[in-house]
Write a protein that binds this ligand. Structure first.
Ligand code: NDP
Length: 448
């Protein structure tokens, strides 16, 4: 059968089997659309039905999470874990706690994770999980009770050689700590079952910084292909959480000027740049006080764009670091009109397919999420290695490994794009390089 017919048939099957799951369907289409030339070159993938298998999670777990608030009221949330593909290693991918969490969102993230993890060069399969629980406005005790209840079911399904979750939106060091404590108590085992742990009890240096730093390292490689550097570049960043914070830190170190941050209520615009002192304020505001980004504009007297995203601000480079589909086609056109020449995705799937088309046709340097934000999971992989060997590497050692991994991811994506006839198209290159590695491993392991 012709490659495009195979792809269309698989996509139609995905639509039929996953009705109403728009995000998952979007993520699958984005990968499938790149695979025509690969199937032509590798008919063995078609024969072994690799596409049909790769779009179906190996295992899907859904469970009830009952918990009590501080007043004694009972709440019931939904917990999920999608164990997508273990061809390359134990399932690996974050947990997201956010009221918008659904099967569709976690399946899109789990699917993406499979190819992202393949690109890191480390032995990790792909998975994703989480809950529709909203940690915002909850006390530490409420978050702890929720995390304990969540882990009381999840612990049966995970383990250091089976499935190793990490953080994502709404799951940072505090939540990982509470879940690790409960896992240890239930299993009576101290193992590296979660990554993103605190340093004192098995965490890795640079893990908190890794996604943001990695995204900037990746963008730096893209700039180098045009003989440019970050020196003097004006950058917009969305979000104000883990990824956004360390993206700004690394941009500052490389001589760029980051001028925006946002949360789900609005955006701050600081034309003078978010320097080290202002970034320290953000870290305290977001990670300790758990306040809103508007407080930055009150403190430093800068503009606050209520209900807006940062894409109307003039910039050379854009770093979407909040959530999926946060740049639509109109935002992309505005970015281009204002002279933006680079988009590096810290968040997962932040650009709609129409926005991506704009980048590709206008030769914007575009770092797709599964390549550009893979530094987080790569460093989680390094945390797993340190846990297994029961040792800790220095900050410099982890940072150097992270940097080299990001260079390798860029090179693999760049080379695959060339090999398959779309030079410079890193979205296509990343999808192909990740897919081929997983597909070959699935062939090696027989029909499972
Ligand atoms: P955090 O929870 O630390 O921060 C998330 C930020 O995004 C907050 O500022 C939040 O604002 C904002 N945000 C979340 N949902 C929405 C929404 N629906 N609309 C507008 N703003 C929103 O998460 P991370 O920084 O860890 O994650 C950010 C992105 O990066 C996600 O897409 C995640 O999947 C991706 N990512 C994270 C990795 C990691 O290592 N942490 C690794 C790879 C990718 P508010 O406080 O108002 O909700």
């Amino acid at each position: 059968m012709e490659a495009n017919t195979v792809i269309q048939a698989v996509y139609e099957q995905v639509l039929a089997r996953n009705p109403g799951e728009a995000e998952f369907q979007q993520a699958v289409k984005e990968v499938l659309d790149c695979l025509g030339p690969v199937l032509k070159k590798h008919p063995e993938y078609v024969e072994a039905k690799i596409l049909d298998r790769i779009v179906e999670p190996e295992r899907q777990i859904m469970f009830r999470v009952p918990w009590q608030d501080d007043k004694g009221n009972i709440h019931v949330n939904r917990g999920f874990r999608f164990e997508f593909n273990s061809a390359l290693g134990p399932y690996k991918g974050g947990l997201r706690f956010h009221p918008t969490v659904s099967a569709s969102i976690l399946k899109f993230l789990g699917f993406e994770q499979v190819f992202k993890n393949a690109l890191t060069t480390l032995p990790m399969g792909g998975g994703k999980g989480g809950s529709d629980f909203d940690p915002k406005g909850k006390s530490d005790n409420e978050v702890m009770r929720f995390c304990q209840s969540f882990m009381t079911e999840l612990f049966r399904h995970i383990g250091p050689d089976t499935d190793v979750p990490a953080g994502d939106i709404g799951v940072g060091g505090r939540e990982i700590g509470f879940m690790f404590g409960q896992y240890k108590r239930l299993r009576n085992e101290f193992t590296g079952v979660l990554t993103g742990k605190a340093l004192n009890w098995g965490g890795s240096l640079i893990r908190p910084e890794a996604t943001g730093y990695g995204c900037v390292y990746f963008a730096e490689e893209m700039l180098k292909t045009r003989g440019q550097s970050f020196e003097g570049k004006v950058c917009t960043v969305s979000g104000s959480g883990n990824v956004a914070q360390y993206t700004i830190e690394k941009l500052n170190q490389l001589g760029a000027k980051a001028v925006s941050l946002s949360d789900s209520n609005g955006t701050i615009y600081d034309p003078d740049g978010i320097n080290t002192e202002k970034l320290a304020f953000i870290l305290n505001l977001k990670n300790v006080k758990r306040g809103r980004i508007k407080e930055y504009s009150d403190k430093f007297g800068v503009e606050y764009l209520e209900g807006k995203r940062p894409w109307g601000i003039k910039c050379d480079c854009a770093f979407p670091s909040a959530t999926q589909n946060e740049i639509d086609v109109e935002d992309a056109k505005t970015l281009l009109k204002n002279g933006c020449t680079l988009v590096a995705e810290g968040a997962n799937m932040p650009s709609t397919p129409e926005a991506i088309n704009q980048y590709i046709t206008n030769k914007v340097l575009y770092g797709p999420a599964k390549a550009a934000n893979a530094g987080g999971v790569a460093t989680s992989g390094l945390e797993m290695s340190q846990n297994s060997a029961r040792l800790s590497w220095t900050r410099e050692e982890v940072d150097e490994r992270l940097h080299n991994i990001m260079i390798a991811i860029h090179n693999q994506s760049y080379e695959a794009a060339e090999e398959y006839g779309q030079p410079g198209n890193l979205a296509m290159g990343a999808n192909i390089a990740g897919f081929v590695k997983v597909a070959d491993s699935m062939l090696d392991q027989g029909l499972v």
